[in-house]
Design a protein around this ligand. Structure first.
Ligand code: HEC
Length: 136
């Protein structure tokens, strides 16, 4: 009887923490403030389709501006897409993750690498934690 009450209270206390940890919107990164779309009109047809998957799936927890304005080498994008896929409730399947990675790699080479100073390097976990602390 008492155990059940403790369990309910504990669940109630943890719930907001779980939500906060999943939302990803509890911190604003510098890249979130950049443009929130890419002109893909000159991209190959399959990449234009992939852009839609990317824009749909990668805007669930933070603004789509975040990945649009972050520059990183191709292998880091592979790692990053996996990291995002493995977050709770990401809603991204393996095949969608692959499509998104291929789009990000193409976009990196054809848009970001040509104008690298216009974009933000990805932040380390420590840097993100520091921003969080400043914003709360
Ligand atoms: C389930 C929620 C969620 C989804 C879906 C999601 N992200 Fe994220 N993303 C986060 C969180 C939370 C962070 C903050 C850093 C961390 O906890 O890893 C983040 C951070 C980032 C960053 C910041 C990099 C840096 O360190 O400066 C990039 C880029 C990014 N996400 C790209 C993507 C891409 C691309 C997708 C789609 C494949 C995506 N995200 C989908 C939650 C999500």
């Amino acid at each position: 009887m008492h155990k059940a009450i403790y369990a309910i209270v504990a669940a109630g206390l943890c719930f907001p923490l779980i939500l906060a940890a999943q939302s990803g919107s509890n911190v604003t990164l510098p890249q979130d403030k950049g443009p929130a779309k890419i002109d893909v009109s000159s991209y190959p047809a399959d990449q234009q389709k992939a852009y839609k998957v990317f824009a749909d799936k990668c805007s669930k927890c933070h603004t789509i501006a975040r990945p649009i304005n972050t520059t990183m080498p191709r292998p880091d994008w592979e790692r990053y897409v996996k990291r995002m896929m493995h977050k709770p409730n990401s809603g991204i399947s393996d095949s969608q993750g692959k499509t998104i990675f291929e789009f990000l790699a193409y976009d990196q080479e054809n848009r970001k690498d040509k104008n690298a100073s216009a974009f933000f390097k990805s932040l380390s976990d420590d840097e993100i934690e520091k921003l969080k602390a400043q914003q709360h």
